[in-house]
Design a protein around this ligand. Sequence first.
Ligand code: FAD
Length: 398
Amino acid sequence: MFIPTREAGLEALHDFVPRAGSAYARDRNHDLGAARENVSGLSPYLRHRLLTEREVLGTVLAHHSPRASEKFVQEVFWRTYWKGWLEQNPEVWRRYRHDVDALLAGDLAADHEAAVAGRTGIAAMDAWVHELVETGYLHNHTRMWFASIWIFTLGLPWQLGADFFYRHLLDGDAASNTLSWRWVAGLQTKGKTYLASAANISRYTDGRFAPEGLATTARALSEDPLPPRAAIDPDDVGGTIGGRVGLLLHEEDLEAASLLEEHPGLASTLAATAVGADPSGRSPLGASAAVESFTAGAVADAAARTVDATGRPAQTLPDALPSSLVDWAASEVLDTVVTPYAPVGPVAERLAASRSALAERGIDLVTLRRRWDGDTWPHASRGFFPFRERIPELVREL
Ligand SMILES: Cc1cc2nc3c(=O)[nH]c(=O)nc-3n(C[C@H](O)[C@H](O)[C@H](O)COP(=O)(O)OP(=O)(O)OC[C@H]3O[C@@H](n4cnc5c(N)ncnc54)[C@H](O)[C@@H]3O)c2cc1C
């Protein structure tokens, strides 16, 4: 269903563009099965930045007026919003990681085993589990129903549901996934939960599913107060670039050309380039075979598109271990490794370990944050609605 190349992403974008206007606004909430003409299916490409938010919105806005494409534009900005919010509240991610570790290390309820095996007896849930495991994708509305039934009907911990999604979604993203699960649970917008109903499911699946026995109330979960928000660093370049410079791409951002365009002169100084990824860091249980395969394909595609100043193609690192990165940087006699900034999540955790390992060899790791992220994230400090108000202005600036 999803071919892990930038070219396939661009093709999907061009196919979808005519439908990104009023048709999207009208039909996007329907999950009518595998055909999926009503949504873009671009999330695995956006998530790995095989396509960038800027070019997706630029293409859509070249075909539709801001008014006609307003809904689609807003949906793309949901991704940006979640990332900016988590960046300012990293404690939410730390707690989530801790909770998943603790829950998976304990005795898992039989209900949990049945749920992830697609044996709940709720036909819709069981079908969605199979669809997720087989395709690595679920429609947005279905993700909402799934999370709601998991938490409020099955009474399972939201963290384990988020972990199950994260292991299997090709677009699995620390911010969009964790915060959407929290939103359903009533943690993200405090006290406001999302309750799935049979009537709504039946209406938007065209009668394919009408589950019986769903919870009829959804009491919001609660948590200890969060610490004050962390400020977003105003500087898009984290560190000082000097000496012999190499570029390392990773699974958060696999589009070197547009990143380097934001730093004039850098491309012509690159002494070496490499790509390294490891989706198994998503969960103590690793990532699904479909996610591993999509990521490996995306890495190979990025390596083929990325060259150093002499035109030498990027090296694919055998794994994402700090030692492999250090070996590559040392063999290329680098003084600085520049890499796309990794937002809160497993890649940022991995880069923190790599930074120390490189420093021991006297090599600096410098992060390059895209202007898109630097300009938008600070506005994601409160709810989505104040953020949404700024979208027209952000689109004009970006
Ligand atoms: C419980 C739950 C978990 C989710 N987990 C993820 C996740 O791990 N990764 C992920 O990318 N999205 C996640 N989403 C958001 C959304 O479901 C997917 O982005 C969307 O279904 C992808 O399909 P599409 O590309 O056809 O979307 P379209 O409707 O065509 O939207 C276009 C793009 O906008 C972005 N987008 C759309 N809706 C959302 C949203 N609600 N939140 C954030 N971004 C959005 C995506 O990048 C998407 O590709 C989750 C939603 C829920 C309710």
